[in-house]
Every structure is written in C-alpha cells, then in structure tokens.
Design a protein around this ligand. Structure first.
Ligand SMILES: *[C@@H]1O[C@H](CO)[C@@H](O)[C@H](O)[C@H]1NC(C)=O
Ligand SMILES: *[C@@H]1O[C@H](CO)[C@@H](O)[C@H](O)[C@H]1NC(C)=O
Ligand SMILES: *[C@@H]1O[C@H](CO)[C@@H](O)[C@H](O)[C@H]1NC(C)=O
Ligand SMILES: *[C@@H]1O[C@H](CO)[C@@H](O)[C@H](O)[C@H]1NC(C)=O
Ligand SMILES: *[C@@H]1O[C@H](CO)[C@@H](O)[C@H](O)[C@H]1NC(C)=O
Ligand SMILES: *[C@@H]1O[C@H](CO)[C@@H](O)[C@H](O)[C@H]1NC(C)=O
Ligand SMILES: *[C@@H]1O[C@H](CO)[C@@H](O)[C@H](O)[C@H]1NC(C)=O
Ligand SMILES: *[C@@H]1O[C@H](CO)[C@@H](O)[C@H](O)[C@H]1NC(C)=O
Length: 472
C-alpha cells in the first residue's frame, strides 16, 4: 500500500485561452463528467456493460491535433489529470486534446456492483488495457461518440501515466502500437518481485543521499531488538513513546513501515525536501536513535492528522478492507498485488544480510494471508510473479516509442527499467530511459514549476522531443 501525502500544487500561470473551432458546440469545462460503455469482460466471460468515467479538456485543441490520454491508475479521476500535469503544456504547444480516463474498479468506474473476490476476477490486465483500447478506437474512428466538440478522426494518440499508471502507458504502446503512437511512462514499476525488499533498500539509499541512512537503519535495528524480545511491557512502552495505540508487535511494525516512509514520494525541489525536513534533520545527535525515530513518527502522526482510531485501522493487517463496498482503492490495489505482481514491501530477509529500513516483522507473513482471507480461497498463494514478468515485463522489451523516466532517489526505482544496478533495457533513441538526478517518484509528470530541479526540466524536455517525433 502506498500513502502519498497530499502535495501542494501551485497555481498555473495564466495561459492563453484556446479557441473553439465550432461556435455551436462550446468547449465543456474539464470538470464535466462523461461515460463510456464497456463490457464487464472483453473476452466474453460477462457481456454486461458498465460505464467508464472520463474527462477532457479541449481548450488547446485544433483540428488535426493529437490526443493525450492520461490514466489516473489507482487514483480517483479528477481534472488534475486533464489540466494540471505537464501534458497541458504539451497540448498547448501541439494543439492537442487532453483526455483522462479512469481505470476500471477505481473511483466511479465500477464494472461490478461490489468489490467481492468474485467481482474482482474481472480485474485483469488484459481487461484494463482493452478498456483503454476500446476508448481510443472510438476517439479515433468515431470521435463524436466520445467528444461533444468536433475532433478530427484518426488523431494520433500519446498515452501517459505515472507509477503503476506508467505500466499501463507502456503496456498500451506495446500491445496496441497501431492505436498508440507513443507512451510516456514515468516511474513505471514494471518489474515484479514477490518480496520487494528493494523498495525498502531504495528508501535507505535516499536517506543515505541525505546523510541519515546509517542512523535510520540503526534506529530500526534498536527498535527490532525490543519488538523481537517478546517483552510485552517493553513493547507496550515503546508504542506509547512513538505516539501509537496498543497493537501487536507485527501490526505496529507494519504501521511504522508506512509512517516512516510517508515523505519518501514527495517531490524534491530546489528549495524543499520533505524527507530531509521530516526525517534526516531529526538525527542531529541530541537524542538516541530510538528516541529520534519516535519523534519522527509522532510528529508525522500530528502532521498527517491521524487519530489513534485511524492508526489502529491502518495498522490492522486486516487493512479495513473486509467489506465489499465500492470505492475502496486500497482493496482493489491489494487484489492486484495478490493476483498480479506481488511486490510485497517487506524488510530485507535476514539471509540477505542487508540493513533494513523497516522492521523484520514486516515480512511475507504480514501481507500474504490477506489474499485468501479477503478475496477467497481460490486465490493462489504465492502469486505467480514469474508468469507476471514473462507476460508483462517481457512484452516491453524492444518496443519503440516509449519514454521511461525514474528519479535517482525514487523509492520505486528498483522496480523500474533503470534500477540503481543499471538499465534492464537498452537505452535506445526510439525508447530512451532518463534517470532524473535528485528526484523522487513521478516528478516529471507535474506541471512546470519555478522551483523544479534542473534535472526534472531536462527530463521533460527529452520527453517533449519524443512526443514531437511520435506525432509528426
Ligand atoms: C458544429 O458542431 C455541431 C454539433 O456537433 C455540428 O452539427 C456542426 O456541423 C458543426 N459545425 C461545424 C462548422 O463544424
Ligand atoms: C484546460 O486546462 C487549462 C490549463 O490548466 C485551463 O486553463 C483550462 O481552463 C482548461 N479548460 C477547460 C475547458 O476546463
Ligand atoms: C458474450 O458474447 C459472446 C459473443 O456474442 C458469446 O460468444 C459469449 O458466449 C457471451 N458470453 C456470455 C457469458 O454470455
Ligand atoms: C456479470 O456482470 C454483472 C454486472 O453488470 C453482474 O451483476 C453479474 O453477476 C455478472 N455475472 C457473473 C457470472 O459474474
Ligand atoms: C521487560 O521490559 C521492562 C521495561 O523495559 C523491563 O523493566 C523488564 O526488566 C523487562 N523484562 C525482562 C524479563 O527482560
Ligand atoms: C535536533 O532535532 C530536534 C527535532 O527536530 C530539535 O527539536 C532540536 O532542537 C535539534 N537540536 C539541535 C541541536 O539542532
Ligand atoms: C482488525 O479489523 C478487523 C475488522 O476489519 C477486526 O475484526 C479485528 O478485531 C481487528 N484487529 C485488531 C487487532 O484490532
Ligand atoms: C539514455 O540516453 C539519453 C540520450 O542519449 C541520455 O540523456 C540518458 O542519460 C541515458 N539514460 C541512461 C539511464 O543511461
């Protein structure tokens, strides 16, 4: 599970307002919701239909311009995706139409009436991709079916997404090269691992780059000597010290693994670094490692406004995903991990001898039992990550017109095509890979800001040059 603090988005500078090409069909505000009918299963297992939500922004569109399709992936759809990403500036430069299409089973795009295990069996990668392909076919072949403004048939499509949405973008180009001219895959987490302790190690690398990696590792190790001691009095006392409610040692460890990395995905700018301010600056030699860790966590709890009840719910390995109500993105995300790619964010197993930045109690046994408990005994344990990589990692090899980015201190870096150990794909001129020095997760996707790192600007410039090639 990934918890991203809500990040301030600076207001866009005033932009030239676009011109309508047809005065009888005014451009709708980008907050206007539209719905595209899709079958529950594209491969004939259930032919009932549901409506997929999408938004578009035609302010910059001129006849003949490209269509930028963005996926919010596991996030709820909003006109952030049409209006306030880097792609708005690309649309402005290229007379493009911006369209954001919600991902099945997230937000209001629900193929089934609930999120039971039986309903989620339609949550497959081929269905996800075919949803997007069906939408793009309509936008290209019969644009008046999806847009209330006139759009030239046969528009070139550029697909974009970040993190898991970057996977979707890359897969769309790989699987549907006739529909998608090129894809911008920002921090795409394309390589699956059952035990993704590399996630934990990337956090350590990030902290080390800021100067407190060793100290943080020491704090975790000092805490583990208490949590693994079995001394209930000492374990209860340390939970109080950290500002947390009484929990089992394992649940407490899991909670800290989330709270301790809370700032890891926040963007780094030329004048601000959340991880430095809220983690590393605390290790200033005035307190023990354990007391420093406690201060980091209790201040994070305050800053995020978590109550003791909300912490109990977050910590409960049951994850509050026991009911089947729609709109629980964490339940759907968990299903993906259980049935697609694993990627359990565990501590490095003791056999690796690596320093951990989360407790050793956060292991496969912390995550995996939820799969059958939440989604039914038909879920196969462990998830077949080998097949996932054979199908969905390998499909990307050698594909042209994908632009990959990752931050050098991105906590997900080692799941991307450019891990710290070296690129796993050839860095080709048709599908370049760009490591954004000093940046975290998906920083290139945001709209340009005055305090962006120069490396983030370079990443956008290289991406822009690719897009211009794809649509020419
Ligand atoms: C403008 O849009 C309307 C409604 O879609 C259409 O009937 C009309 O032909 C269009 N006019 C022009 C000049 O494209
Ligand atoms: C499209 O996005 C631009 C840039 O953010 C914004 O100024 C404009 O109002 C949006 N257009 C519509 C129709 O909402
Ligand atoms: C869905 O439609 C296809 C094509 O008409 C058909 O082959 C298939 O049996 C249908 N599936 C179900 C579950 O009815
Ligand atoms: C098919 O999808 C509909 C939702 O539109 C659902 O009510 C129905 O139970 C599904 N059938 C099966 C066999 O999953
Ligand atoms: C358990 O921890 C408490 C508090 O730290 C300590 O006073 C006590 O001696 C410990 N008990 C054992 C058996 O180590
Ligand atoms: C060390 O960090 C703590 C927590 O941020 C702060 O309260 C304290 O003043 C700092 N001490 C020094 C000497 O900088
Ligand atoms: C965790 O949550 C479940 C319900 O989702 C509840 O039954 C269980 O008692 C909770 N466990 C703890 C330790 O609070
Ligand atoms: C890939 O090649 C581009 C352009 O030649 C270069 O700017 C970039 O740094 C290279 N990236 C990596 C990860 O080697």
């Amino acid at each position: 599970m990934r918890i991203v603090p809500s990040l301030p988005l600076l207001a866009m500078a005033a932009l030239a307002s676009g011109q309508s090409t047809n005065t009888t069909s005014p451009i709708p505000p980008s907050s206007t919701t539209f719905w595209f009918p899709q079958p529950v299963d594209h491969f004939g297992l259930n032919n009932s239909t549901w409506n997929q939500q999408y938004l578009y922004n035609a302010t910059f569109y001129k006849p003949g311009g490209p269509i930028y399709v963005l996926t919010p992936a596991e996030s709820r759809l909003s006109n952030y995706y049409t209006d306030r990403t880097h792609f708005a500036s690309l649309a402005q430069r290229t007379n493009g139409l911006l369209v954001a299409v919600e991902h099945r089973f997230y937000g209001k795009s629900n193929p089934m009436p609930d999120l039971s295990g039986a309903s989620l069996k339609y949550h497959t990668i081929p269905n996800v991709l075919e949803d997007y392909a069906s939408f793009i076919r309509a936008a290209q072949n019969n644009p008046s079916q999806v847009f209330s403004v006139p759009v030239t048939p046969g528009a070139k499509v550029v697909f974009a997404g970040g993190s898991y949405g970057g996977n979707v973008a890359a897969w769309m180009r790989a699987k549907y090269p006739d529909l998608v001219s090129g894809s911008w895959a920002s921090s795409a987490i394309v390589y699956g691992r059952l035990q993704n302790y590399q996630f934990d190690q990337s956090y350590g690398t990030y902290l080390t780059s800021l100067g407190c990696g060793w100290d943080f590792g020491q704090a975790v190790s000092d805490l583990d000597s208490i949590l693994l001691s079995g001394n209930a009095t000492a374990i209860a006392a340390v939970q109080t010290k950290f500002g947390c409610p009484p929990l089992t040692a394992k649940d407490f460890a899991g909670l800290l693994s989330v709270l301790g990395t809370a700032y890891a995905m926040a963007p780094v700018t030329t004048n601000y670094n959340y991880a430095n301010t809220f983690v590393c600056s605390y290790f200033n030699g005035t307190r023990s490692h354990l007391d420093t860790y406690a201060a980091i966590i209790s201040d994070t709890i305050t800053a995020m406004g978590y109550t003791q009840d909300s912490l109990s719910a977050m910590a409960n390995t049951s994850l509050n995903i026991d009911n089947y109500a729609l709109g629980q993105s964490s339940r759907v995300w968990y299903y993906q991990e259980c049935t697609w790619s694993g990627n359990w964010q565990v501590a490095p197993p003791p056999s690796t001898g690596l320093t951990g930045y989360r407790s050793q109690l956060v292991d496969l046994d912390y995550f995996q039992p939820n799969c059958q408990n939440k989604f039914g005994s038909s879920i196969q344990i462990p998830v077949d990550v080998g097949s996932y990589n054979n199908n969905w990692f390998k499909i990307l090899r050698g594909v042209s017109n994908i632009y990959y980015t990752t931050g050098s201190v991105d906590i997900w870096r080692d799941s991307t095509v450019a891990p710290s150990t070296g690129n796993v794909f050839v860095n080709s001129s048709s599908s370049p890979i760009f490591v954004i020095e000093g940046a975290t997760h998906v920083q290139d996707l945001s709209a340009d800001q005055p305090n962006d790192l120069p490396s983030v600007r370079w990443a956008r410039a290289l991406g822009d040059s690719q897009v211009l090639k794809w649509i020419s």
